[in-house]
Design a protein around this ligand. Structure first.
Ligand SMILES: [Mg+2]
Length: 419
């Protein structure tokens, strides 16, 4: 699909060659034409990779990792995620090519993922053709399979994959979503993630998602706090704003079922990640037994093979891959197709980044794009990686590539090792 944008496939002689082949009467001149065509096309398509680098990216003020040891049984010990997770573990991948084009992609896994790129994937990719994106994804996934498949390795691959798509877009002079068949919508409704729902509404959003709920280990008192938080938010935003919540894997199945009954009147659109990601049986039970809201999951999931298990076990109504962690755009498109075929909804984690928006705009029915940077305590770089928000709707990213210009000044500020 990428190639057709800029490779002159139309060869006038082809028609007569085909007629010749069909009638089995190839002339000497036609044979020479076939040989010439075959050798010309691969040369024109090649975009040779000369270097692959990765470094941590400071997309928000560095989180204050507490050095204070929590008591052994403190519920917060289950939620102390360390330096390689979430935005604290953001990395930027930079791929340079012989032709002078440079692509950038946002990955995860922090310094540990950078080491995987430096020592394994960079030498693996040097000299290959950056335009063979599907091929390189499958090769990287297989090549890291002894220690990878989930977690750090796929987060490293994600950043590389997004940088390759950025290169393909830049090579074609088009936004990536245009390369992939063009947008399926002119804009996508955004939702704001944060507990300050009034702030979200002031920014123009018509949908908000609450976070930071108490663990099921905090018992009945914690349950009351959690229930009241949702009922109170519904009162504050009124009946017409969409409400959701993210429990960040802090509950178990019986707790979640009771909670869903007690907040029925709040009319939640979805309840995100109530259980640990590997409790697939628990998620399947929630999908069967909860009828007051939908179950969303997948922020922690990786690759089409992981999402296949959620789909096969009917363990989510809504799938939420994060393209910087789950396998990049190549894998995200496979997940989107599988979700569509299974009748599930795709709402990518941080879907309003230029990466999430590209997946949304090339999937069949974009529903919601989660805020990424908008109104958050992020920095200018995070805002640059988010397309424009107009009256609660995100507009398509403007290309070429993913449309983010990583200038030397920006790199110096947020990822100095890549200057
Ligand atoms: Mg979440």
């Amino acid at each position: 699909m990428v190639r057709s944008e800029y490779i002159p496939y139309f060869v006038p002689e082809l028609d007569s060659i085909l007629v010749g082949m069909i009638s089995n009467r190839l002339t000497r001149r036609q044979l020479i034409a076939i040989a010439g065509t075959a050798s010309a096309l691969p040369a024109a398509e090649r975009l040779q990779i000369t270097s692959v680098k990765a470094a941590p990216l400071l997309v928000r003020a560095a989180a204050k990792q507490s050095t204070k040891q929590l008591p052994d049984f403190d519920p917060m010990r289950w939620r102390s995620f360390g330096p390689f997770s979430q935005l604290d573990g953001a990395i930027l991948v930079q791929i340079r090519t012989k032709a002078g084009l440079t692509g950038y992609g946002l990955g995860g896994g922090g310094a540990a993922a950078c080491l995987i790129i430096e020592q394994h994937l960079a030498p693996f990719l040097r000299g290959t053709n950056a335009l063979n994106i599907e091929l390189l994804w499958d090769q990287m996934f297989a090549s890291t399979s002894f220690y990878g498949r989930r977690g750090l390795a796929i987060q490293a691959i994600s950043g590389i994959d997004l940088a390759l798509w950025d290169l393909a877009g830049k090579r074609a002079g088009l936004p990536v979503h245009q390369l992939l068949g063009g947008p399926t919508a002119e804009k996508v409704a955004g939702y704001y993630t944060g507990n300050d729902v009034e702030h979200g509404m002031k920014l123009g959003f018509h949908a908000v998602k609450l976070a930071s709920f108490e663990s099921f280990r905090n018992g009945a008192a914690g349950m009351r706090t959690n229930v009241n938080k949702v009922l109170d938010a519904r009162k504050r935003i009124g009946p017409d704003t969409t409400l959701m919540l993210d429990a960040l894997c802090a509950w178990d199945a019986p707790y979640t079922i009771e909670f869903a009954e007690r907040i029925a009147e709040a009319k939640l659109y979805f309840l995100e990640e109530p259980l640990l990601p590997d409790d697939i049986d628990g998620y399947a039970r929630l999908c069967r037994e909860i009828h007051t809201t939908k179950i969303a999951s997948g922020e922690h999931e990786a690759s089409i093979y992981g999402f296949r298990e959620l789909i096969r076990n009917r363990a989510a109504h809504i799938l939420q891959p994060d393209l910087s962690w789950s396998g990049g755009l190549t894998d995200g498109r496979r997940v989107a197709a599988a979700a569509d075929a299974a009748g599930l909804t795709l709402i990518p984690h941080r879907g309003s980044s230029v990466y999430g928006m590209t997946l949304l705009l090339t999937s069949r029915s974009p529903v919601y794009a989660e805020s990424f940077g908008t109104g958050d305590s992020g920095n200018e770089l995070m805002e640059l990686m988010t397309p424009k928000l107009v009256e609660g709707y995100y507009l398509p990213p403007a290309g070429p590539g993913f449309g983010v210009e990583f200038s030397e000044a920006l790199l110096r500020k947020y990822s100095p090792q890549l200057v």
